[in-house]
Structure formats: structure tokens, C-alpha cells
Design a protein around this ligand. Structure first.
Ligand code: ACO
Length: 313
């Protein structure tokens, strides 16, 4: 049963009014946003690891500069998103603690290893490509600070997607047979995990109904996944790569591609912490946090010193 306040809140949402940090909101709306925005922030930060791994091995100065810029962008996205979450009254320290203790989720995709250079292109094309499809609608979501953060994130993601596709054009259309084979090996490994990024099927998506009513989500997981497949298949054809799905075919009647069933056992295993790199990723974050302790202490000491000087003056 909705209270009067809750009813008025839903009416504002239905009218397309943006909710701002100081507005009244149901506790469950706040909680859902903290959950989604913090998971999103953690994904950006953990997402630096698989690609950061290749910075020292980029094949040219140009590719190295592009990759460094991209990985730095991901750090920036994490920071905008933690800031957006903080407007909901939760502290960044608490969110980071939840990530490091293994309590908070982050995107399943970043628990897969980057084994060859084509993986860097594949992540840009498929992973950042999927992220854009999921995030463009978030620019119009009901919570103002999240929606506004997404505008800039999406512009940068678009550069990430293009640099990935450009890298793969180079390897597949202008490269050696060995380079083309690396790209095929890469899509064989990344295709299905990229489809999993959109979350469980609508039937198993516990949060969707409420999040769609609140216009946090504007499209369902399956709708966005279909959009990704429809958009990506012609791009794969242009590269001359084979998508590793024997059931993939154009359905004239639906006006969409049909595609095979995702291995949901694998999806849930990765989410529960048992993917190929979950432990390694988390350990890398814990180490980075511990190695940065001296710097946080120094910042604190400096702030206290400045405060003391101000008091004397
Ligand atoms: N990886 C990890 N966890 C996932 C994934 C995934 N790919 N998909 C769903 N989940 C989790 C959900 O967080 C939820 O867990 P919780 O209830 O314990 O929090 C559970 O599985 C059930 O899923 P849904 O009910 O469908 O969850 P939700 O409504 O939050 O939808 C989605 C999931 C689509 C990922 C949504 O949270 C979202 O749009 N998030 C913002 C985008 C984002 O986080 N992108 C990160 C990757 S992109 C990038 O960083 C480059």
C-alpha cells in the first residue's frame, strides 16, 4: 500500500520530473540507486584492470597513448559515479569497503582475462559498445545526478568503442592472417560474456519491475541485449569475423536477429565470485588500496596542519 507521499512521488516520476538529491524519496528508491550506481562505479574501477594489463605491451606509441587515455577515462567515470552515489547520503569510504570486502557486486565482464592484443579492441567494440547501449537510456533516468553523470560518460564511452573497432579494422582488414586469427580467437572468448553484461533474462531479473516503474531503467535487460546483437552482427560481418553462435540468424518476421541461449550457470558462477579472474581482480584492488594508505594519511596530516595554521592566524 502506497503512502500519500509515495503516490505523489510516483506521479512526479510519471510526469517525467527529475528527482534531485534534496527531494523526498522512498527509502527503497534511494537504496536501489545506491546499489546500482555503486555497482556501476565499482565496475568502472575494476574495469581498468584487464586493459591496464596491456599498457606496457601496446604495439605502438599511438596505441599506447590511446589505451592510457581510455583507462584513465574509466577511473574518471568511477569518480563521477561515486560522487553521484554520495548525493544519496552514503559515504565513498563505505562503498569502497563493500567492494574490497567482496560484499558489493561489479560487472561480471571484468572477471575474464585479456589474453591477446586483439582483446583490447574486442573490449572497446563489444564491452564498451554494450555499456553505451545500456547507458544511453540512463542519461534520461529519473535521478538527476545519475542522469547528468551519464551524459559525459557516454561521450567518452563512444570514443572507447570507436578506438576498439578501429583497432580491429586494422587487425582484420589490414593485418596478417595471424592477426586476423587473434581477433577470431578473441571474439570467441568475449561474445557470450558481453551478452551477459545486460543481466539475467527479464524473467529472472528481480529488480527490473520496480526499477522500470521508477524510471531508473527505461528498457528491460532482454530488450537492450537484443539491441546489442542487432547492432553488432553487421559490424562483425564487416570485419569478417564469425560470431560463435550456431543459432544466430536474421528473423525476417521479428525484424531482429534470433540468437542462442546464454550459459546462465556460467553467468551466476561469475557473479557469485567464481569466474576466471574474480579473486585476482579483488586482490588487485585490495593491494592498490593498501599501497595507497600512506598517501591518504599524508593528505589527512596535511589537512590537519592547514587547519591548525588557520586557527592560529
Ligand atoms: N554483472 C554483475 N552483476 C549483475 C550483472 C552483471 N552483468 N547483471 C545483473 N547483475 C546483478 C544485479 O546487480 C542484481 O544483483 P543485486 O540485486 O544483488 O544487486 C542481480 O544480478 C539481478 O539482476 P537485475 O535484477 O536485472 O539487476 P538490475 O535491475 O540492477 O539490472 C543492470 C542490472 C542492467 C546491470 C543494471 O544494474 C544497470 O543498468 N546498471 C548500470 C550499468 C552498469 O553497471 N554497467 C557496468 C558495466 S559497463 C562498464 O563499466 C564499462
Amino acid at each position: 500500500q502506497m503512502s500519500d507521499e509515495e503516490r505523489r512521488f510516483q506521479e512526479r516520476i510519471d510526469e517525467g520530473v527529475r528527482i534531485e538529491a534534496r527531494d523526498w524519496m522512498p527509502e527503497a528508491y534511494r537504496k536501489t540507486l545506491v546499489r546500482q550506481i555503486s555497482q556501476h562505479a565499482h565496475s568502472e574501477v575494476v574495469g581498468m584492470l584487464p586493459e591496464g594489463n596491456w599498457i606496457t605491451r601496446a604495439p605502438s606509441l599511438k596505441r599506447k597513448a590511446i589505451l592510457m587515455a581510455k583507462v584513465q577515462d574509466e577511473a574518471g567515470h568511477g569518480l563521477y559515479l561515486y560522487s553521484a552515489a554520495e548525493t544519496l547520503g552514503v559515504s565513498r569510504d563505505k562503498l569502497v569497503d563493500d567492494l574490497l570486502s567482496g560484499k558489493a557486486k561489479y560487472s561480471s565482464i571484468f572477471n575474464y582475462p585479456t589474453l591477446n592484443w586483439a582483446d583490447i579492441g574486442m573490449i572497446g567494440w563489444l564491452v564498451d559498445g554494450s555499456a553505451i547501449i545500456n547507458q544511453i537510456p540512463l542519461c534520461r533516468c529519473s535521478y538527476g545526478p545519475y542522469a547528468r553523470a551519464m551524459v559525459r560518460v557516454c561521450k567518452e564511452e563512444s570514443f572507447h568503442q570507436r578506438q576498439g573497432y578501429d583497432l580491429l579494422i586494422q587487425m582484420c582488414l589490414h593485418g596478417t592472417p595471424e592477426q586476423k586469427a587473434m581477433a577470431q580467437d578473441s571474439i570467441n572468448r568475449w561474445w557470450w560474456p558481453a551478452l551477459m553484461m545486460f543481466g539475467p533474462s527479464d524473467a529472472d531479473s528481480t529488480n527490473s519491475a520496480q526499477s522500470m516503474q521508477w524510471k531508473i531503467k527505461l528498457f528491460s535487460n532482454d530488450e537492450l541485449r537484443q539491441k546489442m546483437v542487432d547492432q553488432t552482427v553487421p559490424q562483425a560481418e564487416y570485419l569478417g569475423l564469425t560470431i560463435p553462435d550456431p543459432d544466430l540468424r536474421w528473423n525476417e518476421e521479428r525484424g531482429h536477429y534470433d540468437f542462442g541461449e546464454i550459459d546462465w550457470d556460467e553467468f551466476w558462477a561469475v557473479i557469485k565470485g567464481n569466474g576466471p579472474c574474480n579473486r585476482e581482480r579483488l586482490q588487485a584492488r585490495v593491494d592498490a588500496h593498501e599501497n595507497g594508505a600512506w598517501f591518504r594519511e599524508a593528505l589527512d596530516a596535511h589537512a590537519q596542519k592547514q587547519e591548525a595554521i588557520r586557527k592560529v592566524a
